[in-house]
Design a protein around this ligand. Structure first.
Ligand code: HEC
Length: 448
């Protein structure tokens, strides 16, 4: 999938932020969809198999209802699955251009697996219907044509269900690993192949979160669509209702117990440059929403009030949203430096273009910028509003990109100072002021 990365265009810093936003919007649709489909397909396959083994059609009936809810109709599938699924591939390609990160390939193959899985699961869903039709002609037991057809149908049904599930797991794993690699700049270089992906603890943690999340959203979702949602009324008798309750309760309890721990673990394993106040805030919100969801769902299982299911579902989706937004704040923090470099490249390209066209603008030199925008707060050897450059610049050990990233987007560093306001520089300006600072500091140390 490298051709996608090569096709990406250099972009300004504003574009980069826009792309992270597009990634959030796509994920807000895609992740709940994928996890719900995954959980429901597991559930449907399990019930279907149990029904066949114990010769109890009630189980098969639930299996059918569950997959019908998950693959509700084709336009839902397109808008929640296909479109955001493919957009994410392009988003990663644009975001990670000129890095070695393999997220684009992972998401690309994830998308292919997803398409295969959807085709198979659709076959699984429709062979249920055919089976239903054949059951209507049940009386014709002696008719061997019907029996043959029934046998083929069943075998296609079982196989497409099983393989659909397999490819769906592969898709979920690949997407989860693409997200994990993107969030973690050290894995842009450390993870070079699918083998590295398979032995990365970060990737497995992310996938585990996916799976546990999947249990939760499937439990709450099925509960909601089966009992609380007005548009869908499956004809569940008391015994089936009991069964659905039992299984969704189990799903919900497991996910509510495990998910908070995993969410915290995910934050604590982040590298220190990626952490920020917003991340703590969103993590807190996720936990709060999970607690609220658990509270209402507990209420439902205790008292049977249907309204509580709606609230539980709502708060679970809120938890999903804050979890997903948090992931992208992490991506935003992790790609700060990279974004600054891309912005610089973009400005250099446009600058060259303008030069060629004879419309070049005068770019301020580093010294001009220092005098105009920095000297009010900074001098080299004394504390003013901000710290002296002689103290702060050497800390970076010549890592120019890091200083540029700071100047373009200052973060809180030293508690002895107030935070530095953003000076609204363009990446090219930041580049020249930082070059100026570095050369001054180098000159100073030589004189000594
Ligand atoms: C309004 C005052 C103000 C202006 C203007 C200002 N800064 Fe700062 N700067 C600060 C303060 C305050 C800090 C300390 C922030 C902290 O430690 O959280 C700081 C810190 C820094 C640091 C050190 C970061 C570190 O890692 O400790 C650098 C480098 C820096 N500024 C560069 C610049 C440059 C370049 C400009 C001009 C484009 C500039 N600043 C303009 C107030 C200012």
């Amino acid at each position: 999938m490298d051709f996608l990365k090569d096709a990406a265009l250099p972009q300004s810093l504003e574009h980069f932020h826009l792309i992270v936003l597009i990634a959030v919007i796509n994920s807000l649709m895609f992740v709940p969809f994928l996890t719900f489909l995954l959980g429901s397909s597991v559930l449907s396959n399990l019930f279907d198999r149990k029904g066949r083994r114990e010769n109890n059609p009630s189980y098969n009936k639930i299996a059918k209802e569950v997959i019908d809810v998950a693959l509700y109709n084709k336009s839902a599938l397109t808008f929640l699955g296909i479109i955001p699924g493919i957009s994410l591939v392009f988003v990663y390609a644009q975001m990670l251009q000129s890095t070695d990160a393999i997220s684009v390939g992972l998401a690309g193959f994830g998308f292919l697996s997803l398409v295969i899985a959807l085709v198979l699961l659709y076959t699984y869903k429709y062979t249920f219907r055919v089976q239903g039709l054949l059951d209507v002609v049940e009386d014709n037991k002696a008719n061997s044509d019907v029996n043959d057809y029934r046998r083929t149908n069943t075998s296609v049904h079982v196989r497409s269900g099983k393989w659909g599930l397999f490819f769906l797991f592969v898709a979920a794993f690949l997407y989860a690993s693409a997200m994990s690699v993107t969030t973690n700049p050290s894995s842009w270089t450390d993870i070079g192949s699918i083998f590295d992906v398979l032995i990365s603890a970060d990737v497995w943690l992310k996938f585990l979160i996916f799976l546990i999340f999947s249990l939760g959203i499937t439990g709450v979702g099925i509960l909601y669509f089966f009992f609380a949602y007005q548009g869908h009324k499956p004809d569940t008798d008391e015994q089936l209702k009991e069964l659905v309750h039992k299984i969704t309760r189990r799903f919900i309890v497991i996910s509510m117990l495990v998910l908070p721990t995993l969410v915290l673990l995910n934050v604590f394993t982040l590298s220190i440059d990626v952490l920020s106040g917003t991340i703590y805030l969103l993590t807190g919100l996720t936990l709060l929403f999970l607690f609220l969801a658990a509270h209402f769902l507990y209420g439902y299982f205790k008292q049977g009030e249907l309204k509580a299911v709606g609230y539980g579902f709502f708060f679970f989706l809120c938890a999903a949203a804050s979890l997903i937004i948090n992931d992208h704040v992490m991506i935003g923090n992790a790609t700060k430096e990279h974004a600054a470099l891309l912005g610089l490249k973009y400005e250099k390209t446009t600058e060259e273009l303008k030069l060629k066209l004879g419309v070049a603008m005068v770019v301020m030199t580093g010294e001009d910028i220092y005098n105009a925008k920095c000297s009010a707060c900074h001098v080299f050897d004394q504390k003013k509003v901000g710290p002296p450059y002689n103290e702060t610049i050497p800390k970076y050990k010549g890592d120019k990109a890091k200083i540029i990233a700071f100047v373009l987007n200052p973060s809180k560093i030293n508690p002895a100072y107030p935070p530095m306001p953003n000076q609204g520089l363009k990446p090219a300006e930041a580049d020249s002021i930082v070059s100026y600072l570095l050369s001054k500091i180098a000159g100073n140390t030589q004189q000594k």
